[in-house]
Design a protein around this ligand. Structure first.
Ligand code: ZN
Length: 608
């Protein structure tokens, strides 16, 4: 569900004698048959039938409640029980078919099932809308476990238009906001420029930012800018369309501002957001020190936009790196988890030994990595992890990241489904925590010669999440300020973007070589439902790093608090989740502790 922002290590390290070995991964596939034998199996069909019939039952229950035939004390507990069951079933079935499809994208049966389940999920949406509109005035003191979620639904029922207007808005969204979003995706995936004897898409041009040759990076950046410029009128029309719709609907629904809605979606207080943004702003000089140190290493007076992702050691390629065998990873990660708690280490051992991980890259399998929860599998819920392990340092980090998500699922597994749904701000807590734990330990064990490259790659990720995300927040704030007064021209959008980059990158980046079309690049700006899809990234990273800093201080004593915090992520707001572990996220001190981990890496980097 979350995009690629893991701050993971991409660069390899030098081969270490004794540790390198040929690895043959063809057998590292997961065990999915234990969940359902197939999507045609009787077990799968039976669960799906329950999903369909229960949706109909709960819908008629809610209709009875609407007509006043039932008391709240009668319909509410029954509706909650059915909702939990429906959420479990749809998550289990959906995760299973997606998993089956993702290791074999030619699997048409799985593809058909995914479409069918998506269709069926509309009924669940309808159930939720009706449920919400029945709540105001209902007393639910007798349901303390659901207090937080019910309060939230009551609040949201006051931030919606009449059912008829909502239905019209949902219908129009398909040819309004969603259509602008699709236009953005289609245009940006088809843009290309001539390159030598053929063409390169903007995606290919953007990936040349990692090239070791500065001339190649510069040329790719120039071509990329030319491509965006050539289509800027269309991108600006789409962006004005999306944001215009957002302004109109949010006003009609009674939101004070677009940011307010985003804060509610993320269960975050304004005070906490301001504290975090304040510390991010204060940390900018620190990041500029890193940019200057990197410029020096590259022999440049100052970095240009196209140097941000440049490798600091030419010739670094994945194949030249230190190769981690799967066997070594399956011992190393649980051992690192043991340093927090044996329980977490044993959990990771179980994931490796019981076939929860599909690690081998192969034809027909999707790229990247993910973790998915199967709440009805095994004894109270299991997870499955997909990755494309290649033996690199990056791969090891990825496995640790995804196992962190799985541990989050394990800790929450006995909770009702309603209390397992966490906002994006808290979704990456366990994953980044685990990734940092393993990253730090693996770095300490790496040969000295490979450390600069590893740390640089970490800092490239960290500066994206802090410095670039802050510039995106500034950009979107300005855009939402100006948009109610009318459409913005491409030149105005670029001007706002350059101003936002100036405020964050400052003089650490060459002024004439930045990226004024980032407003066309990033798809997040074009999502009609999710405005300010930027600060949750920074929150996720810094929140996890703040917890990690506490773990470094307290060691294994931190384990019970960490566990309790993870359990709460689906049934409390972010401030209360922090409080449960003794943190005040409305105070800058907490955010400073997150930055301190990055600061340590910058100081190490400056010494190279
Ligand atoms: Zn993740």
């Amino acid at each position: 569900m979350t995009p690629n922002w893991h701050g993971k290590v991409v660069l390899p390290t030098a081969v270490t004698a004794g540790e390198s070995e040929e690895f043959d991964l063809k057998d590292i596939a997961w065990n999915l048959g234990g969940v359902y034998p197939s999507s045609e199996s009787a077990a799968y069909r039976a669960d799906k039938e329950v999903l369909v019939s229960l949706s109909a039952t709960v819908l008629s229950l809610l209709k009875q409640a609407e007509s006043g035939e039932l008391e709240a004390s009668d319909w509410l507990p029954r509706a909650l029980e059915s909702l939990n069951r429906l959420l479990d079933l749809s998550e289990n079935l959906g995760s299973y078919v997606y998993a089956a499809w993702s290791v074999d994208t030619s699997n048409e049966a799985a593809q058909g099932e995914m479409d069918d389940l998506e269709e069926r999920s509309l009924a669940l949406k309808d159930v939720l809308v009706r449920f919400r509109s029945l709540l105001p005035g209902v007393k639910f003191e007798s349901l303390p476990d659901y207090r937080f979620w019910l309060d939230e639904q009551v609040f949201l029922s006051k931030r919606q238009m009449s059912p008829e207007e909502e239905a019209l808005a949902a219908d129009l969204q398909r040819c309004g906001g969603d259509a602008w979003d699709r236009l953005h995706s289609r245009l940006s995936s088809s843009l290309d420029r001539p390159w030598d004897d053929s063409e390169k898409t903007v995606t290919q041009l953007r990936s040349l930012a990692f090239d070791a040759d500065r001339n190649v990076r510069k040329r790719a950046w120039e071509e990329e800018c030319a491509a965006w410029k050539g289509a800027e009128v269309s991108f600006a029309a789409a962006l004005n369309g999306v944001k215009g719709t957002t302004v109109t609907l949010n006003t009609r629904r009674g939101w004070g501002s677009t940011l307010e809605k985003s804060l509610v979606q993320n269960r975050l207080s304004r005070t906490a957001l301001d504290a975090m943004l304040g510390v991010m702003t204060e940390s900018l000089p620190l990041f500029r020190r890193y940019f200057r140190a990197k410029a020096k290493m590259l022999g440049l007076p100052r970095l240009a936009w196209y140097d941000l992702f440049a490798p600091i050691t030419p010739g670094d390629t994945k194949s030249a790196g230190e190769i981690w065998s799967w066997e070594r990873v399956s011992r190393f990660i649980p051992e690192m988890f043991d340093t927090l708690s044996i329980e977490m280490g044993d959990f990771a051992r179980r994931a490796f030994s019981e076939g929860w991980i599909d690690a081998s890259p192969r034809n027909g399998k999707v790229g990247g990595a993910y973790c998915t929860n199967l709440p009805l599998a095994g004894n109270g819920g299991e997870s499955r992890i997909l990755c494309n392990f290649d033996g690199s340092f990056d791969s090891v980090s990825t496995v640790a990241h995804e196992l962190g998500h799985a541990w989050h699922g394990e800790v929450m597994k006995n909770l009702p489904a309603i209390n397992r749904e966490y906002p994006m701000t808290l979704a990456e807590t366990a994953s980044i925590f685990s990734e940092t734990l393993v990253f730090r330990a693996a770095l300490d064990r790496s040969p000295e010669s490979s450390k600069p490259g590893i740390i640089d790659t970490y800092l490239v990720g960290a500066s994206q999440v802090i410095v670039d995300i802050l510039s995106r927040f500034h950009f979107e704030s300005a855009l939402m300020r100006y948009r109610p007064d009318g459409e913005l021209s491409p030149a105005e959008l670029s001007e706002i973007m350059l101003d936002a980059q100036n405020r964050t990158y400052g003089d650490a980046l060459e002024e004439s070589e930045r990226h004024q079309w980032m407003w066309a690049v990033k798809g997040h700006y074009y999502s009609p439902d999710l405005a300010f899809y930027n600060f949750p990234y920074a929150f996720g990273q810094l929140f996890a790093l703040g917890l990690y800093a506490r773990f470094r201080k307290e060691g294994g004593d931190f384990a019970p608090r960490y566990r309790e915090l993870l359990r709460l992520t689906g049934s409390a707001d972010a401030v209360s989740v922090g409080k449960s572990a003794g943190f005040n996220i409305e105070s800058p001190d907490f955010w400073h502790s997150g930055i301190s981990t990055i600061k340590g890496f910058i100081e190490e980097f400056e010494k190279f």
